[in-house]
Design a protein around this ligand. Sequence first.
Ligand code: FES
Length: 184
Amino acid sequence: MSSAPAEQHVASDETDGLPRRGFLKRLSALGAVISAGLVSVPVIRAILSPASQAAGTGEWVKVADDTALLDIGVPIRVNFVQTVQDSWIETRTLNGVWLYTDDGEKFKAYNGHCTHLGCSYFYDKERKNFFCPCHRGQFDVKTGAVLAGPPPRPLDELDVEVRDAVVFVKYKDFRLGVPERIET
Ligand code: FES
């Protein structure tokens, strides 16, 4: 007489446990699928888009709307925001170039970072050359050559293209503090 409730109790546990175990299995499977997805998305993205890490470097940047409006013999600095996408992280950096022409037809463009330690340099109107205030480096405006101070190499010259009087520069960065010009 007394065994009937016990059997009923055991039977009740099994019927309650089956749906619970099933639910836990499905939950665990769902977690595995989500984890696999989170891992695979950046991997697939890296495989499909290997160039994404270099995005932002080597791009043509518009630096002047009209060549006729540029001063002859006086360089101008043009600043712009460069966006670099590295997998999930987007970084924005303020960069700049110096643009120079002495005839309005041929143009020189220099990376705006001093080749010594990367400080921004400016145009010294009195001396008519570029001057870096960090360690008193000086550069020739027409050639980018080092005139004084510790910079180990000339300014980093960039490619320039004029399309319908609009000036574009192919922006690149280079390793700092070394005599060789090594793209980064
Ligand atoms: S960073 Fe320009 S001279 Fe040192």
